[in-house]
Design a protein around this ligand. Structure first.
Ligand SMILES: [Ca+2]
Ligand SMILES: [Ca+2]
Ligand SMILES: [Ca+2]
Length: 149
């Protein structure tokens, strides 16, 4: 008697699981990770556009993307020694619109190199759409993923 009941409820669970799979509800149940969730270790998976790997795509990632692009002084969509050298070579220059002024404070100083070094690792994730360049499409994709999450 008990055994039958157990088998029945197991079958019931299986049926419900099959149903949720079929209706596609499973995807939404598994859905976007809630911040602070105990079951979803932060940074356990790489979400495209999550530049700082904090598990959320938000305004911070947009800010980081803008910094990465600003630090790409020689505009080859990668951060290399050439960018660092260009910044160092331009030390002391002042004015607006200087590419070497990565933090856009109007003067090229060691702070610009510090910013460059700070976003170096993050830059590996800046090519969100994987086409080899950093541009508005990548930024738009991050923006899009913010509204999705
Ligand atoms: Ca993030
Ligand atoms: Ca500066
Ligand atoms: Ca890209």
């Amino acid at each position: 008697m008990f055994r039958n009941t157990l088998v029945k409820s197991l079958l019931g669970i299986l049926a419900v699981s099959a149903l949720t799979f079929n209706t596609g509800c499973f995807t939404s149940l598994a859905g976007p990770a809630q911040s602070g969730s105990e079951f979803e270790p932060v940074a356990s998976k790489v979400v495209l556009g999550d530049l700082n790997l904090d598990g959320a795509i938000d305004a911070q990632d947009i800010q980081l993307f803008d910094w990465v692009v600003a630090c790409d002084v020689v505009s080859d969509s990668q951060l290399t020694q050439a960018d660092a050298d260009a910044i160092t070579a331009a030390y002391g220059q002042t004015g607006t619109g200087l590419r070497e002024d990565t933090n856009r404070d109007g003067a090229v100083t060691i702070s610009d190199l510090v910013l460059w070094a700070a976003v170096l690792e993050i830059s590996e994730r800046a090519d969100v759409d994987g086409n080899g360049t950093w541009n508005r499409a990548d930024r738009n994709k991050i923006m899009h993923n913010i509204s999705e999450s």
